[in-house]
Structures are given as C-alpha cells and as structure tokens.
Design a protein around this ligand. Structure first.
Ligand code: NAD
Length: 429
C-alpha cells in the first residue's frame, strides 16, 4: 500500500516508520524544512526508544522516504494520513488552523481518488469539515473519502503501541475507503472497529479524558490517604487487582501533563459545552490535577520555608519517562515556579535536557543525576525515569546540604529512604 503522512512529529514519524516496517511504501512529509533535512541526513529529531533504528532500517530498505512536498505525497500515495498538531487555544478549544490548512493543501493537488485519513486528535465533526473543505477547494472535482483513524500511542512505548494496538478505530461510511483501510491495517492483526466518522472522533477524546479521570481519581484518593494515615500505593494495588478496575493509570503523583491529556481534557469540556452538555465531571478532573501540583509545592514550601536562594536538585524534566517531550510537562512547571521564587534549579533528565534548554535556559543543566545533589537543599523527583530508582542515594546524601527528597512520583521506597537518614516526602504515603 502506498501511504503518505503529513506531519512528521511524534505521531507521524513513528507511524510512518512502523507502516514502512510492516511492508507499506511510506512518504513522511513535513513543512519544517530543518526537520526534513535532518531526517534525510539520517538524524532523528525526537527521542523515542527504537525509532532511530527503525527509521534507518526502512530508509535503507527503500520503503521510507521524506519530503517537504504535499504534492509529491498526494500524487504517489493512495492513502494520505494527517498527523499535524491540534494545539489548545487560550479558552481550551482546539486550534484547527493546521488541519484546515492541510485540507486546502491536499485539495489543491488532488487529481485522482484518495483516502484522506485524519490521525490527529480532533473535535467531533472535524471529518465533515475536512470533507467540505477539500470538496470546495479541489478544482479537479476528484473523488475522495475522508476517514477518522485516531491514534492511541503512548510516547516512550510508541513503537510497541503502533505495532500491537489494543484496537484500530476506523470511522468511515464509504465501503471503498473501509476496504482500503482494512488493507492498511491487515498486517497488524489487531481488532478493527468500524464506526461512523463522528463516533471515531469521539472515541479518542472520550478515551483520553477517561484515562485522565482515572489518574485524578487516585490523586484525590492520595489526599484522603495522607489525612487518614493510609498508603495510596497499597490502596491502588488493592483496587487494581479487581479486573473491572485494572491496575493501570492508578499511580498517584504530581498530576498528568504532556502534549495530550491537558489539551484533550480541556478540548472535550469545550466540545461538550458547544454540544449543549456541561461536563462538570471533567472540569473537576482538571481541577484535581492542577491542585495536585499546588499541594506538592505547598509540601516543599512547608519544609524549605522560603525558596529564594535555595538550591533545588530536580530529577526529570520530560512529562514522563522514556521521552524527550517537555510539552506541558509538570516537571517544567515546577522548575518555572522554583525559578520565579528565586531558587537555583540544577536539573538532570536522561533525554529531555536539549528540548528543556530551548524553553528554560536559566536552569543549570547537570551532566549526571548525581550532580543535581551537589550542595542541594533538597532533591525533587518530577519524572518517573527508572534510573532514578537505582541511583546511589547514599552518595547523593553525602553531596547534599540537607538530605530532603520530595518524591513526586512515589518512585523510591519510603522506608529505605528514611532508614538512610533522608527526610522523605512522597504523595499519599
Ligand atoms: P508534533 O508537533 O510532534 O508533530 C506535528 C508535525 O506536523 C510537526 O513536525 C510540524 O512541523 C508538522 N506540520 C504542521 N503543519 C504542517 C503542514 N501544513 N504540512 C506538513 N507538516 C506540518 O505533534 P504530535 O505529538 O505528533 O501530534 C500530532 C497529532 O497527534 C495531534 O493532534 C496530537 O494530539 C495527536 N496525538 C499525539 C500523541 C502523542 O503522544 N504525541 C498521541 C496520540 C495522538
């Protein structure tokens, strides 16, 4: 199958590499010429485990190509995926300018039948708009179908998620497009759910909001555990063993961040409102999340009293482990607060320091995790990188002015840390 993907970011590039790997002929397109130049030179602009090898392998095999030209992609491919950004606007609604622009760009060069597939996360009814826009701007009056195929990958394990999806959702009404989409996904051996366009678009926002809700639920419980002298990790374990609940997304911490949950929850609240439903439950989910960060900051201020001139060792900058993505990262939010209050922030992240530096140059970036402890008044764990668990916490302690750890991800064993002589502050334990 000949496939083009417009937008070669976290979703587009990984999807392109996986499609190429299972045997499709793929063209990845991006309008950021530096990105395409770097990809053509063999450099991968993002960190995603296994992606570099997968891209190199398929470029060598001749099944993965890069270009800036949408015209080339549309001409050479039967299926055109859209994977451009859908960032939030100030009021929480989705900025649709990227999608609308791509629809016009496709329309301008569309000559023969193509399946246009939206993979970006979009408000319900976007497919209808994309269809109308292409129809309006296509001077050739070509035949085409619009399909919704939301993406559920998790950064950090994106290749696994793409190659072994729990489900593939295809929102389409045209039998011709459905047949082609089934061929695209045939090698994956995943359950395929065919729906109408609107339902497919809703499935994505509904799923992400539900996952965010699950995390906010356990975070709310962490407050009750603290007040009652219980342990939220044990409570979560006990809940998660019930298969109707499941153990995933029940880790208490400093709240969800990243490029998806905050914007998707805000968008879903807005979309529901426009459809006449006040989704109060989701508003509360979002409120619990912002409170969670504030409560953590309060714990830090309670112990350190004044943050000005304090040296804070920050472990983690990415919004989660195994990625270099710092978009809407809670770790970055914490760093911003520390800096604003006059603290010195010395941070380390295994993969995200390059991207963090572009946003927050005033952090002192350390060359190892151990270095953040140097003369530090405390260490704050903000991202759940596994290597932070196995740090030499004895050496860390010897470098610190005062051995205080604020563990925002409940990564460390509280009992062990206390035995080592740390003042340990976790979440809900
Ligand atoms: P990204 O910013 O990493 O990548 C988007 C790419 O699109 C960028 O490289 C940008 O240069 C390019 N682009 C923008 N306009 C273009 C145009 N007109 N022509 C060609 N290229 C263009 O974003 P992402 O994280 O890959 O997210 C893309 C979409 O997928 C969003 O809607 C997001 O919500 C959704 N999504 C993301 C994830 C995730 O974990 N990142 C998971 C599921 C769904």
């Amino acid at each position: 199958m000949k496939i083009s993907i417009i937008g070669s970011g976290y979703v587009g590039l990984t999807t392109g590499a996986c499609f190429a790997d299972i045997g499709h002929e793929v063209i990845c397109i991006d309008n950021d010429s530096s990105k395409i130049k770097s990809l053509l030179a063999g450099n991968i602009p993002i960190y995603e485990p296994g992606l570099e090898e997968l891209v190199q392998k398929n470029v060598k095999k001749g099944t993965l190509h890069f270009t800036e030209s949408i015209e080339e992609g549309v001409e050479k491919s039967l299926v055109i995926f859209i994977a451009v950004p859908t960032p939030p606007l100030e009021d929480g609604s989705v900025d649709m300018t990227y999608i609308e622009k791509v629809a016009r760009q496709i329309a301008a060069v569309l000559k023969d039948y193509r399946v246009i597939v939206d993979k970006s996360t979009v408000p319900v009814k976007t497919g209808e708009k994309v269809y109308q826009t292409i129809k309006r701007y296509n001077s050739h009056n070509s035949e085409f179908d619009v399909v919704s195929n939301p993406e559920f990958l998790r950064e950090g394990v994106a290749i696994h998620d793409l190659l072994h999806p729990d489900r593939v959702v295809i929102g389409a009404t045209s039998e011709r497009a459905i047949k082609i989409m089934k061929e695209v996904y045939a090698p994956f051996k995943a359950p395929i759910l065919i729906t109408d366009l609107n339902s497919a678009e809703l499935i994505k926002h509904a799923s992400n909001s539900f996952l965010a809700l699950k995390i906010s639920y356990i975070n709310a419980l962490s407050r009750i555990c603290e007040a009652a002298g219980a342990n939220v990790q044990m409570v979560a374990e006990g809940m998660g063993l019930d298969h109707r609940i499941g153990k995933h997304f029940l880790k208490a911490g400093i709240g969800w961040g990243g490029s998806c949950f905050p914007k998707d929850v805000a968008a879903f609240i807005k979309i529901s409102q426009e459809l006449g439903y006040d989704f109060k439950l989701l508003k509360e989910v979002s409120q619990i999340n912002s409170d969670q960060k504030e409560i953590f900051l309060r714990k830090i201020r309670d112990v350190l009293w004044v943050l000005k001139d304090k040296r804070i060792g920050l472990l983690g900058l990415a919004f989660k482990n195994n990625t270099d993505d710092v978009r809407s990262s809670v770790a970055m939010d914490l760093a911003r607060v520390f800096l604003k209050e006059g603290a010195i922030v010395q941070a380390f992240d295994p993969k995200a320091m390059g991207k963090a530096k572009e946003v927050l140059p005033s952090i002192h970036y350390c060359s190892s995790a151990l270095d953040v402890a140097e003369e530090a008044d405390c260490v704050v764990i903000a991202t759940e990188w596994e290597e932070f668990i196995n740090l030499d916490w004895k050496s860390m302690k010897s470098k610190m002015i005062s051995p205080i750890v604020f563990d925002g991800r409940n990564l460390l064993d509280k009992k062990r840390m206390i035995e080592m002589g740390y003042h340990y502050v976790g979440v809900g334990n």
